[in-house]
Write a protein that binds this ligand. Structure first.
Ligand SMILES: *Cc1c(COP(=O)(O)O)cnc(C)c1O
Length: 378
């Protein structure tokens, strides 16, 4: 039997802006001879700062390098508390700064870092907390801010999924000490590769600016060891043009998720990530939670059956960080993180991108429904 989708439907893909508009900018960049970290990057920084409602935006080569530079600039020491339920880059950035990641649990319903779990891990060695807006769902920012203030800790957000995310009606970007956004092609807003560090702290912004240029502020006598994590003019141009349709794309994703939820919520054993009433998810990803006894099969079986039909699915985030090889040396493999284990063993991300076809979503949902009801007449 041939698969439901002859042409594989990807888990995600970038929604491209107007090709002619981008080409025109590339033309002018090439003619100018200024091909990196120049006028287009400045323009993109100004526009992203405005969109995010942050005082400063610093363009970097990736979200990962942005996180690395934020932690470097804050001169952190000792331990940094991070969620285990996230993409591994969150913790790589900690390790590259010679800091120890301390993995904590996520909330059972929102999948975001659990403030109670954070509080339990604060010691005299802790210097910072990193929250992640998982799948575009904003972290419990208020609770994290309270813990950070009380314990004099720095608060950083991995906002890789955060373009389009709103916390209590306000765009993320200006929370904590700084937030780092990703512009890689799997994210809503892309510049091919790239990142934005957003902050309201002028001193921190300037230090990240110097840090992205080897730590050299221009006198060839750097005060600290930075990176080369500059953004090219071509990336900035792509970002500028893509930013124009970001809001439209976030709204379309929210509509497509409503359609997914309308069709899937009637199936026993399927539930969804909880988004608080006054928040907005960017829906960088759409994830469903499978209860084996009610749905009739477990996550892994469902994953295999969907993949066999050429449906792009992912086990985000499995294995969770505290069980990944790169982090075993920190000795937290057997830590009791029950929600992290549960969510990472039960979740499956379904195809979602800003221009996904309604008919494709319907086909995917009909197939999942059929898997549950078997051959019985619905
Ligand atoms: C994609 C992603 C990153 C890494 O972003 P890059 O721009 O590729 O460095 C970091 N954290 C999370 C949660 C991500 O999803």
């Amino acid at each position: 039997m041939s698969p439901i989708f002859k042409k594989p439907i990807p888990i995600t893909m970038p929604t491209m802006p107007s090709v002619s508009a981008v080409k025109k900018m590339y033309d002018s960049i090439l003619r100018s001879g200024m091909i990196t970290n120049a006028a287009k990057v400045r323009e993109f920084e100004a526009k992203t700062a405005e969109y995010l409602g942050a005082k400063h935006a610093v363009a970097v080569s990736s979200c990962t390098s942005g996180l690395m530079l934020i932690m470097k600039a804050l001169e952190l020491k000792g331990e940094v508390i991070v969620p285990s339920f996230t993409f591994h880059a969150t913790a790589h950035a900690v390790v590259w700064n010679n800091l120890k990641p301390v993995f904590v649990d996520c909330d059972r319903d929102t999948y975001n870092i659990d403030p109670e779990s954070v509080e339990k891990e604060v010691t005299s060695r802790t210097s910072a907390i990193i929250g992640v807006h998982v799948f575009g769902n904003p972290s419990d920012i208020g609770a994290l801010e309270r813990i950070a203030r009380k314990n004099r800790l720095k608060l950083i957000f991995d906002a890789a999924h955060g373009f389009g995310t709103r916390y209590r009606g306000k765009s993320v970007g200006g929370f904590g000490d700084a937030e780092s956004f990703s512009l890689s092609p799997t994210k809503l807003l892309t510049s091919a590769e790239g990142g934005i560090v957003a902050t309201n702290d002028l001193h921190l912004a300037e230090k990240v600016r110097v840090g992205r240029n080897y730590g050299d502020s221009g006198d060839y006598n750097p005060e600290f060891s930075g990176l080369n994590s500059r953004m090219t003019e071509f990336s900035a141009a792509l970002g500028i043009e893509s930013l124009k349709s970001l809001e439209k794309n976030v709204l379309r994703r929210n509509r497509m998720v409503r359609l997914y939820k309308d069709m899937l919520s009637e199936i026993p054993g399927i539930s969804f990530q909880k988004i608080e009433k006054n928040d907005r998810s960017s829906y960088k990803d759409f994830s469903i939670f499978i209860e084996e006894d009610k749905f009739g099969m477990g996550r892994d079986r469902l994953y295999a059956l969907l993949a066999a039909e050429n449906i792009g699915v992912r086990k985000y985030f499995y294995p969770p960080l505290h069980r990944q090889k790169a982090f075993l040396k920190f000795g937290q493999m057997d830590k009791y993180l029950p929600n992290t284990d549960l969510v990472s063993l039960s979740s499956i991300s379904l195809p979602l991108y800003s221009h996904i076809k309604i008919s494709d979503i319907k086909k995917i949902c009909d197939f999942i429904k059929k898997l549950h009801y078997g051959n019985k007449v619905i």
